[in-house]
Design a protein around this ligand. Structure first.
Ligand code: GDP
Ligand code: MG
Length: 206
C-alpha cells in the first residue's frame, strides 16, 4: 500500500511556462470551488495545512504542485465560481487547457460534492477527461454529511448523471477518512502504470 509521508509544497504555476517537469508521475486533482479539494489534499497527505482550506472559495487561479514522495500532486484551480470576471474565467480556462495538453498528468482525480447533482462544469470536466484519454477517478466529497443510505441514493444519481457506474465513484470524507484507502490504491495503480510506460507515453529508446 502506498504510504504518504512528509508531502511538501513545491511551487505554483500561473501559466504553462511555469509547469514543472519531473521524473515522478503527475496526479492532478480538480473540482469546483468549495468542493473540498484543499481538505481532500490535506487528508491524503495526513497534514492539516498543506493545502489551504478556505471559507472563501475561488480565489486561486494557480496550479499548485506538491511532492507526495512517489508522485507529484498537481492541485488545479477550482472552477465554477460565479463571482469572477470574464477575463478571469478565460485565464483559468487557458491554464487548465494548457495543463491537460502539456502538463503531463498521468491520472486525474475529479472531485464532486456527494450532496449535489454534478454541475454543468463538473459534467464538462468529466467529458473533457474522457476525450483527453487521461485516466481518471471520480471522487465524491463530504460523505460524512449523509447517512450511508443517503450516500448510496446520491451516488446512483451522480453516476447516472455522469453516465458511469456506481462503482466508478469513490465516496470520501476528509473529516472521517472514509474512502481514502480506495483513493490511495487508485493512485498506486496509476503510479505503477506510469512506471511501466516511459514518461509521457513516448517510445522508449533502445
Ligand atoms: N463535512 C465536511 N466538510 C468538508 C469536507 N471537506 C471540506 N469540507 C468543508 O467544505 C468547505 C470547503 O473546503 P475546502 O477544502 O476549502 O474546498 P476547496 O475550495 O475545494 O479547496 C470548508 O468549510 C471545509 O471545512 C468533508 O469531507 N466533510
Ligand atoms: Mg481550496
Amino acid at each position: 500500500m502506498l504510504k504518504i509521508k512528509n508531502a511538501k509544497f513545491i511551487t505554483s504555476a500561473a501559466s504553462s511556462s511555469q509547469f514543472i517537469a519531473s521524473e515522478k508521475p503527475v496526479i492532478a486533482v480538480c473540482g469546483k470551488s468549495n468542493v473540498g479539494k484543499s481538505s481532500f489534499i490535506n487528508a491524503l497527505a495526513g497534514q492539516k495545512k498543506l493545502a489551504r482550506v478556505s471559507q472563501e472559495p475561488g480565489r486561486t487561479r494557480l496550479v499548485n504542485y506538491f511532492d507526495f514522495g512517489e508522485f507529484i500532486l498537481a492541485d488545479l484551480p477550482g472552477y465554477g465560481y460565479a463571482r469572477v470576471s470574464k477575463a478571469e474565467k478565460a485565464k483559468w480556462a487557458k491554464l487548465l487547457d494548457d495543463f491537460f495538453r502539456i502538463g503531463g498528468a498521468r491520472h486525474v482525480i475529479a472531485l464532486c460534492d456527494i450532496r449535489h447533482a454534478p454541475t454543468d462544469d463538473d459534467l464538462l470536466m468529466v467529458s473533457f477527461l474522457y476525450k483527453s484519454l487521461i485516466p481518471f477517478n471520480i471522487v465524491a466529497t463530504k460523505a460524512d454529511k449523509l447517512s450511508r443510505g443517503q450516500q448510496e441514493k446520491s451516488l446512483s444519481l451522480i453516476s447516472s448523471a455522469y453516465g458511469c457506474g456506481r462503482a466508478d465513484i469513490i465516496p470520501t470524507s476528509s473529516h472521517t477518512g472514509q474512502g481514502m484507502e480506495l483513493v490511495l490504491s487508485a493512485i498506486e495503480r496509476a503510479v505503477v502504470a506510469a512506471s511501466q510506460t516511459n514518461g509521457g507515453g513516448q517510445a522508449e529508446e533502445l
